[in-house]
Design a binder for this molecule. Structure first.
Ligand SMILES: [Zn+2]
Length: 290
């Protein structure tokens, strides 16, 4: 009953871990889950700290369902692009119930889905908004996505979230580079598209066709795409690890294979860079589609 009384309406895009902390709290966190010690490791890029089924029951008075929690309050929609269908199904079971054998068995994913480091990122302006409108702090999903250093809403540089009950001061606001903001926008977009990968495939196919990187017969100009995409990533992606990963010889083939439907899994970060690349050429905005 105490938990029900203390539950609060979620912020847009707030992580389930942050909601759990507000609704349930933690003996050790003092209402601040980011100060939890090792052993209480949040799942799915630090967005989930307790099983979602009981959390959904607590938040029911606010119209929150299990479905809403999974898609709007965890990084699952982003991470699932890199999962095989089997891992995807197990991951969902683990998100909902808190356990599932081999839920993070994909060797390419474990570091990002069940991280052992406890760094949570935040945007000073988003914290300020939450404090002003909801009277509390909140951790947002899109700030926890891999390789991001900017807030897509405010263009602010993300910073490590300071623990404690009060938000950081607006004096700490610093602008991010336009390239970092563009990657943040593309990453948040890919996250939101997690619910409908087919629609995303269609958009990529159309956008690649418009840039003459997909031919009339449905085949792709893979070599041309590879050269252009690698050069784009070297010039516009700040994270050296992601730049290196984008430069791998088979990256363009992997991406076009996914768009074509031949390949089931590709890491969402690569899709985000492809999205950023195509929009930089066409000028298309994110709210124009899907
Ligand atoms: Zn922000």
């Amino acid at each position: 009953m105490i938990a029900l009384v203390s539950a609060r309406a979620p912020l847009a895009g707030e992580t389930a871990a942050s909601l759990a902390d507000v609704a349930i709290g933690s003996a050790r966190s003092g209402g601040d889950w980011s100060s939890l010690q090792g052993g209480d490791l949040p799942f799915a890029c630090r967005t989930v700290s307790v099983p979602l089924a009981p959390l959904a029951s607590l938040l029911q008075p606010f119209g929150i369902t299990l479905d809403t929690l999974i898609w709007c309050h965890t990084a699952y929609g982003y991470l699932r692009f890199g999962m095989s269908p089997d891992t995807d199904a197990r991951c969902v079971v683990r998100l909902i119930n808190g356990d599932a054998n081999r839920a993070v068995s994909n060797p390419r994913e474990p570091a990002w889905t069940a991280q052992c480091r406890m760094v949570t990122f935040t945007c000073v302006a988003c914290e300020h908004d939450a404090w002003r409108t909801a009277g509390r702090r909140g951790v947002l999903c899109e700030h926890q996505l891999p390789f991001l250093t900017a807030c897509s809403r405010h263009g602010a540089a993300l910073r490590k979230r300071p623990p404690g009950g009060a938000p950081p001061s607006m004096r700490d606001f610093a602008k991010a580079s336009p390239q970092d903001v563009a990657l943040a926008k593309s990453s948040a977009h890919i996250w939101r598209c997690g619910r409908d990968p087919e629609a995303l495939r269609c958009w990529f196919a159309t956008a690649l066709r418009a840039q003459e990187l997909r031919r009339e017969d449905g085949t792709y100009a893979v070599r041309k795409l590879s050269t252009a995409l690698t050069a784009f990533a070297q010039a516009n992606v700040s994270d050296v690890r992601l730049r290196r990963l984008m430069a791998l010889p088979l990256r363009a083939r992997q991406l076009t294979g996914w768009v074509h439907g031949r390949q089931t899994a590709v890491h969402a970060a690569f899709l985000a860079v492809l999205d950023m690349f195509l929009r930089s050429r066409s000028g298309a905005l994110h709210d124009e589609l899907l």
